[in-house]
Design a binder for this molecule. Structure first.
Ligand code: PBG
Length: 327
């Protein structure tokens, strides 16, 4: 037997030398939830380790994230029910919760990328990403609202606006509106290939944003489809997306790989709330080692082709990597 793959695995230094994929804090973005109030930390039961934070505590967490070497933060506002309406108008307030949170973060951690989500659901009394007219989500009525929301976020200081709504044509509408308002440097991180997934459950608990009626299958992609990802990719490239995301992450690693092979744009993957919650739940029972499984999961997303990884475990992972852990 002169061919022995095990030879390259026989010593730690040799394994390091031939390692094909490396995960680093540079790759990671931490999603955070913000709420009104002061010194308020409201744990999210289905998302252990995460809470809705008032802006002062959000800023403290952002400093920890910067200290750990993370590249960016993705922000989601948890609005009181009374502020929600059918057109998500609270999203456009210059002094709204999200806008104030972005300003506070840009003040406190100016080097960190602040990524804001563009979609109606956190602001919508219907819990949908677009405007509900009759019993359907109206694509073209929604576009100007998304474009205005993106401009409002850019005015507050967002570096990247990330449309997660899956309306057709929204990347172009947002690009035109940003440019017209003088924000040609604000990037669009498009949730390009986003599936109608049951793995978003804990996120919707965090924002109390689950659809009040129906589901998101008329706009988010069918989990059965993969070729369709290439149609979404072609459109987002043509419309001016700066990066394209596949979401969820691990369950769609084949889609990440496909998208990676068909674009020169940076590819992002979102290790979504349900994927993270599964790890934490199993770890609480003593069935899995959270830290090792987290690093292995994020590494898997990178190996599949993701350049940018959003994960609720980003801060934990960055600290573990700092301390020299390997998956
Ligand atoms: C909303 C949005 C969702 C997520 C990010 N932006 C939920 C949804 O589409 O219902 C999911 C994130 C997660 O589960 O971690 N447009």
């Amino acid at each position: 037997m002169h061919v022995r793959p095990r030879r390259n695995r026989s010593r730690a230094a040799l394994r390091r030398l031939v390692r094909e994929t490396r995960l680093s804090a540079d790759d990671l973005v931490l999603p955070l939830f913000v709420q009104e109030g002061e010194r308020l930390h409201t744990p999210i039961a289905s998302l252990p380790g995460h809470a809705r934070l008032s802006i002062d505590l959000l800023v403290e967490t952002a400093r920890e994230a910067e200290e750990a070497g993370l590249s960016g933060l993705a922000l989601f506002p948890a609005l009181p029910e009374a502020e929600k309406d059918s057109r998500g108008s609270a999203s456009l307030k210059p002094d709204g919760l999200l806008q104030r949170a972005v300003r506070a973060l840009k003040d406190a951690v100016p080097e960190m990328l602040i990524i804001t989500d563009v979609a109606l659901d956190p602001y919508s009394s219907d819990g949908h990403d677009g405007v509900l007219i009759g019993d359907r989500i109206d694509n073209d009525e929604t576009l100007p609202l998304l474009a205005a929301m993106a401009v409002s976020q850019a005015e507050a200081g967002a570096d990247v606006v990330a449309p997660s709504d899956m309306m057709d044509g929204r990347v172009r509408a947002i690009r035109e509106a940003l440019d017209a308002a003088g924000f040609s440097d604000v990037a669009i991180g498009s949730y390009c290939v986003k599936y109608a997934s049951a793995f978003y459950g804990p996120f919707r608990d965090a924002l109390e944003s689950a659809p009040r009626a129906g589901d998101k299958r008329t706009y988010q992609m069918d989990p059965a489809n993969v070729r369709e990802a290439l149609r979404e990719l072609a459109l987002d490239e043509a419309e001016g997306a700066d990066w394209v995301m596949v979401k969820p992450g691990l369950v769609y690693a084949d889609v990440i790989r496909l998208v990676r092979e068909h674009t020169a744009l940076p590819v992002a993957a979102y290790h979504v709330s349900g994927e993270y919650a599964m790890l934490r739940a199993a770890a609480e029972r003593g069935w899995l080692d959270y830290e090792r499984c987290l690093l292995e999961s994020l590494l898997a997303l990178k190996r599949a082709g993701a350049d940018v990884i959003f994960s609720y475990g980003a801060l934990d992972a960055a600290r573990l990597l700092r301390a020299g852990a390997t998956p």
